[in-house]
Design a protein around this ligand. Structure first.
Ligand SMILES: NC(=O)c1ccc[n+]([C@@H]2O[C@H](COP(=O)([O-])OP(=O)(O)OC[C@H]3O[C@@H](n4cnc5c(N)ncnc54)[C@H](O)[C@@H]3O)[C@@H](O)[C@H]2O)c1
Length: 596
């Protein structure tokens, strides 16, 4: 497919296609749901009965009684057709919305039994004169009506039906249930619950947007393991980027559905899944109304600076996806869950590389004799990093204006794959990107060392950044959720544990590789980015430590295990993807194919 077509497809968004498919399916299932009871009743009325027949069989009831009941027969017919249609319509809406019904299969059986009894009643009473049996059947059908409504979550199912019926179905919810439990749950003690004012213990509901991605998947599993009620919201657009650019994760990753089912079978814990684009506000609203989150962790953005810098179209897509997506999240919280805590993934790249210490979000400045604490200056070095700066400003504004509670986690570069949860089963494996577009420095170096490719240091290699283990990402997010910001507070935490220059990382990987018998070389390649290659860098990162973060630092043993992991999957490496293929200077308006 030509790049332009691919981008068209991307800009229309996956959610549009999903909705079209759901609408088509919805039309046919609704037609079937209504046609089935109506046609059964018509067959019964027009073909299976003789209009004036009241059985000649003896009955304990006087014959007159039967003839009296015959007169409102049309009335009875109309009522029972109407009730059956209402039943089917109500059931269909519940099924289509997939959330009102507690036991969908039981409700389906109850509806079918009700329909059968109403059809049989006429035959029993009028054709065979079995009045006692008819009364019993009539009572049984009323029992089914009562049971049907009891099975609905809503106290007023028809009222709910009226409300929900106005909207087309947009939300796809998946609950993992099918695989057998293969082993004992290896779950951690729960910290995801809180006491309600009535003293009851309730689980915190956390929506993880971007939960199919690198940080999001590890976080969703960790929170679920810690007894939070978790829902993943993801458009799966990241998997689409891979297809477009011919990239693949070093590690084989399962579909999100299989991942969630495997998690259920390993731990017995359910993660809900909503597939859709958060730029589609209607979709997002419905996920909010359905899941009712207490906290939202927002990872759902296009997160690669090189991807952004491929061409105009990708730059526009990324700003749109990231800024509009975050705005929608802010509006959804305001509209549906005002008290919900937003935990937003920002990046240390928002600050750039100033020649002074980087503070955590705010700096106190004295200027012309006056002092104020102001947001720390942002000097983003790509359109991607700029989208994060826009997000931060929008969030800060809504905290002030609407009293939102938010934590901006300015994360450093994450590395590693393994976490306690991901180690439970190979089908839970996380992605590991090593390519020039999505790969991050340390992950890339380990893969390069494993396949005997020289470590690619961009330019002079003095670029210094904050780094953290993926196990610390998930710890930090949990700490932020467990200690929420106050109403109206916009908190900023610098989320990293150590800082390294690219040259320092290369030398650490070289030493670790040599210990494993690898011959590791380092090569300086022309820097595709526009950035300082030698600079001062000292960023504060104390607030998460104060909340209880126990860092997993980059020790020799950790590097060994990362390298061993890369060696394990080295046959999957496509060496053509290793070198950088996107230049900050050459970005143009013309759509570009990133050739391997
Ligand atoms: N990985 C890192 O080292 C790192 C460092 C600093 C900050 N971050 C930030 O953390 C977040 C997650 O990063 P990651 O490495 O896990 O990225 P990722 O690309 O692996 O995951 C992002 C996920 O978000 C989903 N997504 C994107 N746009 C969406 C939309 N509009 N609606 C719904 N889902 C959408 C994608 O499909 C993907 O599954 C990003 O915001 C990124 O900027 C990551």
């Amino acid at each position: 497919m030509a790049t332009e077509n691919l981008l068209d497809y991307q800009e229309k968004s996956i959610a549009e296609k999903w909705r079209a498919a759901i609408a088509r399916r919805g039309f046919w299932t609704l037609a079937l749901a209504l046609a089935a009871p109506a046609s059964l009743h018509c067959i019964e009325i027009f073909f299976l009965r003789s209009p004036l027949s009241a059985s000649s069989k003896p009955s304990r009831f006087p014959r007159n009684w039967i003839y009296v009941t015959w007169y409102p027969r049309k009335w009875i017919d109309v009522t029972s057709v109407y009730l059956s249609l209402l039943f089917s319509l109500s059931y269909w809406f519940c099924w289509a919305e997939n959330r009102v019904i507690q036991k969908p299969k039981v409700v389906a059986v109850v509806s079918i039994l009700y329909l059968s009894l109403t059809l049989a009643w006429d035959q029993i009473v009028f054709e065979h004169g079995a009045i006692e049996c008819g009364i019993a059947v009539g009572l049984a059908s009323f029992v089914f009506v009562g049971y049907y409504f009891k099975l609905q979550k809503s106290k007023f199912p028809l009222e709910k039906l009226a409300l929900e019926g106005k909207r087309p179905q947009r939300v796809c919810t998946v609950r993992a249930t099918t695989l057998p439990m293969s082993q004992e749950a290896k779950t951690q003690p729960g910290s995801g619950s809180y006491q309600t004012s009535g003293g009851a213990s309730e689980r915190k509901r956390v929506m993880v947007i971007g939960g199919d991605g690198y940080c999001g998947w590890a976080t969703a599993l960790h929170l679920s393991n810690k007894n939070y009620e978790v829902a993943i919201v993801d458009s799966l657009v990241r998997r689409l980027f891979d297809h477009q650019l011919g990239l693949d994760s070093l590690t084989p990753i399962s579909s999100i559905h299989n991942r969630i089912r495997r998690w259920k079978s390993e731990t017995g814990k359910t993660i809900e899944l909503y597939i859709g684009d958060i730029c589609d506000f209607e979709f997002l609203s419905e996920t909010f109304e359905s899941f009712k989150p207490d906290a939202v962790v927002h990872f759902g953005e296009q997160r690669s600076a090189p991807y952004y810098m491929i061409d105009r179209s990708r730059a526009v897509f990324t700003q749109n996806n990231n800024v509009i997506g975050t705005l929608n999240v802010l509006f959804a919280i305001k509209e549906f869950r005002e008290d919900c805590h937003l935990v937003k993934l920002g990046t240390m790249g928002e600050y750039g590389t100033p020649n002074i210490d980087i503070e955590e979000g705010y700096i106190t400045i004295t200027h012309n004799g006056r002092t104020d604490t102001l947001p720390y200056p942002k000097q983003a070095s790509s359109f991607y990093h700029l989208s994060k700066v826009h997000d931060s400003n929008n969030i800060a504004f809504t905290c002030k204006a609407w009293g939102m509670r938010a934590t901006d986690l300015n994360q450093g570069v994450a590395y590693g794959v393994r976490t306690d949860e991901i180690d439970m089963h190979e089908e839970l494996c996380n992605r590991l990107d090593y390519d020039g577009v999505f790969g991050t420095a340390l992950n890339r170096f380990c893969v390069q060392a494993a396949v005997g490719h020289p470590l690619t240091v961009y330019g002079k290699g003095g670029q210094t950044r904050g780094y953290l283990d993926i196990r610390d990402t998930i710890q930090c997010v949990e700490l932020a959720i467990a200690n929420p910001a106050q109403r109206g507070e916009f908190r900023v935490f610098n989320q990293f544990t150590e800082q390294f220059s690219v040259n320092e990382l290369a030398s650490l990987v070289t030493k670790a590789g040599e210990k494993l018998g690898l011959n590791v070389e380092t090569k300086s390649v022309p820097n595709p980015r526009v950035e300082a290659e030698e600079h001062y860098y000292n960023a504060k990162h104390t607030k998460l430590i104060e909340l209880g973060l126990k860092p997993n630092l980059l020790s020799d043993s950790l590097l060994d295990s990362l390298l061993n992991f890369a060696i394990q999957f080295k046959d999957r490496v496509d060496v053509k993807q290793i070198m950088p293929s996107v230049s900050w200077r050459k970005i143009g308006a013309k759509p570009k194919t990133v050739a391997a």
